[in-house]
Write a protein that binds this ligand. Sequence first.
Ligand SMILES: Nc1ncnc2c1ncn2[C@@H]1O[C@H](COP(=O)(O)OP(=O)(O)O)[C@@H](O)[C@H]1O
Ligand SMILES: [Mg+2]
Length: 369
Amino acid sequence: MTPPTHDVKSVASHFPLLGDFLNASPISRGHINDTYLATCAQGGARVRHVLQRVNHDIFKNVPGMMDNIERVTRHSSARLHAEGCGEVSRRVLTVIPTRGNQPFHRDDSGNFWRAFVFIENTRSHDAIESPRQARDAARAFGHFQKQLTDLPGERLHETIPGFHNTRHRFDALQKAVAEDRAGRAASVRAEIDFFQRREPLADVLLDLLARGEIPERVTHNDTKLNNVLFDETSGEAICVIDLDTVMPGLALYDFGDMVRTATSPALEDERDLSKVWMQMPMFEALVSGYLESTGGFLNEAEKAHLAFSGKLITFEIGARFLADYLQGDVYFKIHRPGQNLDRARTQMRLVESIEEQEEAMRKIVERYR
Ligand SMILES: Nc1ncnc2c1ncn2[C@@H]1O[C@H](COP(=O)(O)OP(=O)(O)O)[C@@H](O)[C@H]1O
Ligand SMILES: [Mg+2]
């Protein structure tokens, strides 16, 4: 697929990028937004920036989103300065406001554009290669949460309402089964049963939240490995990026999604389910890295549900894939027929694999708490 081309030079002119615009090229990684690397000549040095078109089909409230991102990055950056960090602009995203001091520029076609400082000498990884990477990424996401425990001001905007509301997600699956819009329900009875049998999972964390046993926090909500930048030279995880979904949430959602995306060696749409399983060394690495940065502020109920959270988020995303399959593939893009069903099945297999090992996973958490 060729990436869409935009007049990035004209977009760049709306931001106070010092010096002369030289060129812009798409960064092909990333599946949501259109991301460009723009280079300027600044007094003889080449300085690079990220220009990004926000996907406003997915993100309906871009002003709210940008307000969240500005508040969060400003606060993280102030904390890093206070800690004496010598390279703050490599450790946190820096938003570059427009010439009119707005957090984004709106072009003639209604697209929203924003600019960030480009963080040099880094790389991101699409697939996890080692427990060390898992530990570093989990530590980075945990550190990100930690920095935001004392974010001042009002509650952040809930830019995607009910993003991880597992009760709503489960009810949406029930509705998709009842409507059976694509006429597929009869052929996936076993898959539907799988989720219906596990319905009580959907309320566990929501009930704890309602009873005040776990708190709402500021969370990242897209804790995939490729949203962490690693230093090219040292290999250290230095910066959490892709802050589009930062909003009020549960710390356990972030941890659970790390378990979902980082512990199985298989792709999300793998058809050979024998390749899908929860690898304990990866889980242990996630727990150790995450608790290293969050152990000081998470409460006991949160820590006690770390293993459970992986199962829950995998269950939730699986239910969403199945619901989308039942509705005729309207939300998640597919590149071949049946892909959303395959995705649902990998999630189901991973849920089972977690169930088989849940006791041992809990013991690992005990060891690290
Ligand atoms: N400030 C930055 N510095 C360096 N690389 C970046 C920066 N922002 C984004 N990238 C690169 O661009 C990719 C896509 O950006 P991201 O914000 O994650 O978009 P998407 O929402 O499409 O995933 C990232 O995986 C990373 O490799
Ligand atoms: Mg990303």
